[in-house]
Design a protein around this ligand. Sequence first.
Ligand code: B1M
Length: 213
Amino acid sequence: MALIDEIREALVVGNAPKITELVQKALGEGVTALGILNEGLVKGMDIVSEKWKAGEYYIPNVLIAARAMKQGMEIIKPKLVQGDYKAKAVAVAGTVKGDLHDIGKNLVVMMMEGAGFEVIDLGTDVPTEKFIETAREKNADLILMSALLTTTMMAMKDVINSLKESDLAGKVKTMVGGAPITQKFAEEIGADGYAPDGSSAVECAKNLPGQAA
Ligand code: B1M
């Protein structure tokens, strides 16, 4: 079996030690970090999602897989540097209030850092004010928000509205993403950018007006 398939299978069963071993081996054999991420880890997590939807997996199964994913991501993180782009931009990132999902957000943060952005990661369940306060304190250029639950999507709008009413209006751009988020929703809530995945998040951030390109 190809190494990448083994990584995917180890992710699906949440075997973190095996993930560590296989990811290191794959890097040693010249498989790219992006290949390991997209073809191994993310595809493995897609299978986990399907199993959960089908009722074959329960929350502990998903958590174990999430832990294995995190471990794999930590190993490839230093290798995910893309090109020689060096952004001057500072971004504040987080999963919005009420939402504890962080795998996708962590991926986006990792890709942004790899592309040269300085990212302050506020973690999950981030209150509206925390995004604004941190952006002000760190003189940030961007606020990156992730949401995975339909019930927490509207928290993104709260952040955008608070930003518009603050002294940071027009200075700090916003970008949104996450499984239930669409371009249409992003436009409706007045976000400056939307991206469906980590790579396009980097492109979107680079192309927002005011960013160092
Ligand atoms: Co949750 N969960 N979960 N969960 N979970 C979903 C989201 C769900 C769709 C599963 C389902 O029912 N089919 C469903 C939401 C349904 C809905 O809202 N309509 C759901 C539910 C219901 C719940 C709970 C309520 C379950 C419960 O307790 N009864 C609960 C809520 C907890 C809370 O947040 N308050 C819950 C809990 C959990 C776990 C803790 C078990 C675990 C999270 C572990 C963790 O994150 N540390 C978990 C997981 C893993 C999932 C699924 C299976 C997988 C999510 C994931 O990590 N995907 C998910 C099913 C699914 O999405 N199909 C599900 C992989 C990840 C790489 O993709 O996060 O989409 P994603 O990120 C992508 C893009 O979206 C994009 O880039 C990433 C890379 O490509 N992206 C951005 C993300 N953020 C971005 C930001 C950007 C740009 C792009 O710019 C700023």
